[in-house]
Write a protein that binds this ligand. Structure first.
Ligand code: CO
Length: 210
């Protein structure tokens, strides 16, 4: 059996197990999804949103990219955000990074990664905003992990700068924004940053005609 055939076989076993536990499982989910959470995480294979949070299908709406970025020109991210906030009416948006993130570490090098450079540029900018704090950390691993935390915080603030979030805050007092960092070594999530719905941000970024 090839590795991909094993995936299909495992899928059959999983579906059968779900039905045996709860005969209505797929019927219920096929008609409706009402997740309370939007998860914006890293594409890293070791950080599966549902598994590490003990959630089931239907509970978390998921978007993942390299280094869990919220880039304001990324049509993919914006489409997910618009749909989750305005159609699914999620109550929480979670940006979840992870320590020892390859994308974050790559952004700290001077290596030319080709087209990936354009994505990593956004993380380099986060480093530049916090250069003084980061440069003062001698240990390279610790410096990278601190950048992971600061990057998560910055991406949460990027969410707050979108008209999608600002409008939902103004009209419905949701969603709450969370910045979390997952530890590959212990499996634990470290909450590092939070923004309550409606909190004021730098007024340069606040729209007054939502
Ligand atoms: Co990563």
């Amino acid at each position: 059996m090839t590795p991909y055939e094993k995936l299909l076989l495992e899928n059959k076993a999983w579906a059968a197990e779900k039905v045996s536990d709860d005969p209505d499982f797929f019927n219920r989910l096929a008609n409706l999804q009402t997740p309370d959470f939007l998860w914006i995480g890293c594409s890293d294979s070791r950080v599966p949103a549902n598994e590490i949070t003990g959630t089931r299908p239907g509970e978390i709406f998921v978007h993942r990219n390299v280094a869990n970025m919220v880039v304001h020109t990324d049509l993919n991210l914006l489409t997910v955000l618009e749909y989750a906030v305005n159609h699914l009416k999620v109550k929480h948006v979670i940006v979840c990074g992870h320590y020892n993130c390859g994308g974050v570490k790559a952004s700290m090098t001077q290596h030319n990664f080709g087209i990936i450079n354009k994505w990593l540029r956004n993380i380099k900018d986060v480093y530049r905003f916090h250069r003084e704090e980061l440069d003062a950390i001698a240990d390279e691993e610790k410096r990278a992990d601190r950048l992971v935390e600061l990057n998560v915080q910055e991406q949460v603030m990027n969410l707050a700068k979108t008209s999608i979030i600002q409008k939902a805050w103004k009209t419905e007092q949701r969603p709450q924004l969370h910045g979390w960092v997952y530890g590959l070594k212990d499996g634990l999530i470290n909450p590092v940053f939070e923004m309550e719905a409606g909190i004021h941000i730098d007024n340069l970024y606040e729209f007054d005609d939502l």
